[in-house]
Design a protein around this ligand. Structure first.
Ligand SMILES: *Cc1c(COP(=O)(O)O)cnc(C)c1O
Length: 507
């Protein structure tokens, strides 16, 4: 009796649980790695876009957490049975939606190390390596992108790893805001104006909202197809001048290299020239396309960045680094720190007081922060510049092939020029005009293409998402999953054709 009770105590909820027992860690760690290795091996067998209905999971789960512990074997088997069906498989080679979330062995291993150490590196003292490695890696990466030296620590600026672009933009808006308000007085906050184009990511609007910018002072300057949906410097200037006439204060421009809808590129040089005239902070958002700029033949997209104030790109999109990892550089870290620093007694320490160290808590919104640089460092070291370029170029080449396949079929058209590895295309309205009135207008073309995309995605064979640019509904084919090979792209084109055939003959 007594020994049974002891056993219950040992295994049950009241015994010691040894949450970091090294041998048990080893055992379960191997199991999870095996689970994931099998997942990657089989990922093509699953429908790419999850096919579950909203609320599917509650039906499969108990109403409350278990009182008694459950074994890892049982939990992993439930992951397979209940969680995997509700996953949209971003790592599938047949995934072409949104932008990629390109996983890699190096990124994963770095993430494991970081999670394993589980340090909270808010200031230098709390884990010197976390701070110092981040600064080193940001300078490495800045050099890979040929950023002007003013963005690097070695040149008086510096880089920081944020979670996401949304946070990076918010931090820079807040830095610009406080710098300006110091000059013109805090009571004038309602006069500040923030600029982007109608293609700029909603992250800018959210940042402006959170930063207390008057909602009526948010400008999404219109772009046109004639300008390939880039923001014209003259349109920007006209908007700024009209705001000045109304007594407003132009504050911040977010220029985009590779917009989310169609990978359009804003002309940085001319935009920065205008911004400079009016003392406007320029942030360059290259969330997706920044990666490609480590290739010499794509670096020209960043020409003009010399005059910008801040620059960011997401290593967690198309750079083999797991979510989350947004790289942000600023020329004037002081501006960030002034807006974001606090120094409570419980964080006081000698190193911070000497001001010889970076305390990254003052470069971001939150206090606590992950040791993100480990995974980026592992990615840079494991693949090297050479293989990172090779990886990016292989995707660009596959996208070019896909574009070539579209070009061979008169029914389809590429809607905007492809800049990187994302192709925006559709069934052309011209081809079907007058044919059973299937498509008699742009509206009808939009409906038909939306229907086509939905049937394709429902099939689970591939997954793409859409955008509307200049009133035109386009399917976006974003190559970038780490497992994608050219044969997958050829298969994807077949899937598109089959569904287009079925749809066009049935209408
Ligand atoms: C994806 C994307 C963002 C948003 O990135 P998060 O890291 O999710 O905040 C912002 N801008 C552009 C151009 C993007 O493509």
């Amino acid at each position: 009796m007594g020994s049974l009770q002891n056993q219950k105590l040992e295994n049950g909820s009241t015994g010691t649980i040894k949450p970091l027992d090294p041998e048990e860690f080893r055992r379960q760690g191997h199991m999870v790695i095996d689970f994931l290795a099998d997942y990657y091996k089989n990922v093509e067998k699953y429908p790419v876009r999850s096919q579950v209905e909203p609320g599917y999971l509650a039906k499969r789960m108990p109403d409350s957490a278990p009182y008694d512990p459950e074994p890892i074997e049982q939990i992993l088997s439930d992951v397979q049975k209940d969680i995997v069906p509700g996953i949209t498989h971003w790592q599938s080679p047949n995934y072409y939606a949104y932008f990629p979330s390109s996983g890699s062995i190096a990124g994963f291993m770095g993430e494991m190390l970081s999670t394993g150490f589980n340090v909270v590196g808010f200031n230098w003292m709390s884990s010197p390596a976390a701070t110092e490695l981040e600064s080193i890696v940001m300078d490495w990466l800045g050099k890979m992108l040929k950023l002007p030296s003013e963005f690097l620590f070695s040149g008086g600026g510096g880089g920081v790893l944020q979670g996401t672009t949304c946070e990076a933009i918010l931090c820079t808006v807040v830095a610009a805001r406080d710098q300006m308000l110091k000059k013109i007085g805090r009571e004038n906050i309602n006069k500040l104006v923030v600029y982007g184009s109608d293609q700029t990511h909603s992250a800018l609007q959210k940042a402006a909202q959170i930063a207390g910018i008057n909602p009526s002072n948010f400008r999404a300057v219109a772009t046109t197809k004639a300008d390939a949906f880039g923001l014209r410097a003259e349109a920007f200037r006209a908007t700024v001048e009209s705001d000045l006439k109304s007594g407003l204060v132009p504050l911040f421009l977010c220029a985009t290299i590779g917009t989310t809808s169609s990978t359009a590129v804003d002309p940085l040089g001319p935009l920065c020239d205008v911004a400079e005239e009016y003392g406007i902070w320029v942030h360059v958002d290259a969330a997706y396309a920044g990666s490609a700029c480590i290739c010499p033949e794509y670096r020209h997209f960043l020409d003009g960045v010399e005059k910008a104030h801040s620059f960011s790109f997401n290593a967690h999109k198309w750079f083999l680094t797991t979510l989350d990892c947004c790289c942000l550089w600023v020329k004037d870290p002081g501006a960030l720190v002034k807006a974001l620093s606090t120094y409570p007694e419980y964080l006081r320490n000698k190193a911070s007081e000497t001001k010889q160290v970076v305390d990254y808590k003052d470069w971001q919104i939150t206090l606590s922060r992950r040791f993100r640089s480990l995974k980026l460092w592992m990615v840079l070291r494991s693949y090297g510049v050479a293989n990172l370029r090779k990886f990016l170029r292989s995707h660009i080449k596959m996208a070019r092939n896909f574009e070539g396949l579209i070009g061979m079929e008169k029914r389809f058209e590429v809607v905007v020029p492809r800049n990187f590895a994302t192709v925006c295309f559709r069934i052309s309205p011209a081809e079907f005009a007058g044919n059973h009135q299937i498509v008699s207008s742009e509206d009808a073309a939009n409906n038909l293409n939306a229907k086509l995309l939905e049937t394709i995605n429902e099939s689970g064979k591939i997954y793409m998402t859409h955008a509307v640019v200049g009133g035109v509904y386009v399917m976006r084919f974003a190559v970038g999953a780490s497992l994608t090979e050219n044969r997958h792209v050829i298969l994807a084109w077949k899937v598109v054709q089959e569904h287009a055939n079925a749809l066009l003959t049935s209408s």
